[in-house]
Write a protein of this length. Structure first.
Length: 153
């Protein structure tokens, strides 16, 4: 196997016992970096420190990623005009922040007989949105009513 020391210098080819002995003398670990190479490549390093640095890099990369939340807005057949306006403003605020918005219209009891009215309310609500949007999931029926998923463009 080929052994590389902690400074990146090639120590040459040696047996696993010799590599392990050198690592022990330096109070470090012998880690197999490339087992499929011919001959295999091993590196002398502090494995705990290496794991810590890898975890820090992963945390930093995850922190840079943008997290997109899905917000929900619930409507009803009997929702008043003022409440619809308030929910419309909330929806635009969510879209302005870059969040996905799932708009649901809930049907209770005898309201389930008026599915066409529910679809129309949902379509009108989405049509009033002034921010440019894209419909990710069109209007779908679910057991409690209808929903639609929209995202900002």
């Amino acid at each position: 196997m080929v052994v590389i020391d902690e400074n990146g210098q090639n120590l040459g080819e040696m047996t696993p016992q010799e590599g392990t002995q050198i690592a022990r003398d330096r109070i470090l670990d012998l880690i197999e970096v490339s087992p499929n190479a011919e001959p295999p490549v091993c590196r002398i390093m502090d494995y705990g420190k290496f794991q810590y640095q890898q975890a820090k890099q992963q945390q930093a990369s995850q922190a840079k990623q943008k997290k997109i939340d899905t917000k929900e807005v619930r409507l009803g057949l009997r929702t008043g005009e003022h409440d619809l306006n308030f929910k419309h403003d909330q929806t635009e605020k969510f879209l302005g922040k870059g969040d996905k918005v799932k708009i649901e219209i809930i049907l209770k009891g005898r309201e389930k007989a008026h599915q066409d009215l529910a679809r129309n309310i949902l379509q009108d609500f989405v049509a009033k949105i002034t921010i440019p949007i894209r419909v990710e999931e069109p209007i779908k029926r679910f057991p409690g009513g209808f929903n639609i998923l929209i995202v900002p463009e």
